[in-house]
Design a protein around this ligand. Structure first.
Ligand code: TRP
Length: 334
């Protein structure tokens, strides 16, 4: 039996992923590889919708791919590749842009936020059409499932609309995908400002845990995480955002229920709790970090694995793309 297709991706936007990406995406991806024919992509074409330093972009692309693999996304089981190595992404994006309404694209809230942040001089047409490229990513592989964060839900909704529109205009061509949205149990907040989502662009790095940081730095950040004055290890997102966030991380990494962790630390202070959490994080991160750094020592081998996976992705993508060209009425080369 053929497995349903799954597509997801992350931008190569930093040297290291942070624990929010790890819990919210990588752990989930790792766990879905058995049930799906999965495609995991480093979306470098999306990254260049905002200015990038070329050498740094290449470096961050490799580092992101290495972290996928180190976290357990296996290039022998899933297709793990770099978006720009499969030209069909850009080709399908063009076709889809011709059936996307200008007004429809203008309603994308992430574009509105980003274009405001960067100012009109820095806002490219590419940033505007970013969601169309994302739709192309997903539809190229006939993906049924698309694991994404909450912030990407609107883009997947657009993808569904474009798939349905194309299908009704040109005939059944695309699978209409469904977003798989991570729940509250996978949402990680800044350790210093636990009401804000953890993000590498935070003003202070003290509350951001990076997968590739020196493990002592990570341990210190955990021990200095903001809590509250109640002194009770108890989940209460509204009243105790700091402790609740730490409990979320603890539960996600250990695979335990939050209530069982609360019980374990009943009558004990935050110091003990943080030490316990620190040990869990160190045990999880250490081998991932070591493996990622090892992969990055042999970039020739890493590049070879990525190219081989891009070949596999190209093959699947070409099937969809040629059907699309045919339906749209483009004269094919004989
Ligand atoms: N836009 C996504 C993000 O920033 C990344 C992405 C690009 C993606 N193409 C995708 C995610 C296709 C899922 C499916 O997080």
């Amino acid at each position: 039996m053929t497995k349903p297709r799954l597509f997801s991706g992350m931008q190569p936007s930093a040297d290291s992923l942070q624990i929010g990406n790890y819990i919210g995406a990588l752990m989930q991806w790792r766990g879905m590889q058995d049930d799906y024919d999965a495609f995991f992509t480093v979306v470098d074409l999306h990254a260049i919708t905002v200015p990038q330093d070329p050498a740094r972009l290449r470096e961050k692309t490799r580092r992101t791919a290495a972290q996928y693999i180190a976290a357990g996304v296996e290039p022998s089981r899933s297709t793990l590749y770099v978006q720009s190595q499969v030209p069909a992404h850009a080709e399908l994006a063009w076709i889809l842009s011709t059936i996307t309404g200008f007004g429809e694209a203008s309603r994308m809230t992430q574009f509105k936020d980003k274009s405001q942040r960067y100012g009109s001089d820095q806002t490219s047409v590419g940033l505007f059409t970013y969601p169309v490229l994302m739709a192309a990513d997903i539809l190229l592989f006939q993906a049924e499932a698309v694991p994404v964060g909450d912030d990407q839900k609107q883009h997947v909704e657009l993808t569904r609309n474009l798939a349905e529109r194309f299908n009704s205009r040109f005939g059944e061509t695309f699978t209409v995908p469904k977003p798989v949205i991570q729940g509250e149990t996978a949402r990680i907040y800044d350790l210093q400002e636990p009401t804000a989502k953890m993000s590498k662009s935070a003003d202070s790095q003290a509350g951001v845990l990076y997968l590739l940081d020196d493990i002592n730095v990570t341990a210190k950040k955990v021990m200095r995480a903001v809590t509250d004055s109640e002194g009770v290890v108890r989940y209460d997102r509204a009243e105790k955002p700091g402790v609740s966030n730490l409990l979320t991380i603890y539960a996600a990494l250990s695979g335990r229920e939050i209530s069982s962790i609360e019980d374990e630390y009943a009558g004990r202070g935050y110091g003990d709790f943080k030490k316990g959490l620190r040990d869990v994080i160190v045990a999880e991160f250490e081998p991932v970090r070591a493996r990622a750094l090892e992969l990055l020592e042999d970039t020739a081998e890493l590049d070879r694995v990525l190219s081989a996976n891009a070949d596999r992705a190209s093959e699947a993508a070409e099937e969809t793309l040629s059907a699309v060209y045919e339906r749209v009425g483009l004269l094919r080369r004989g």
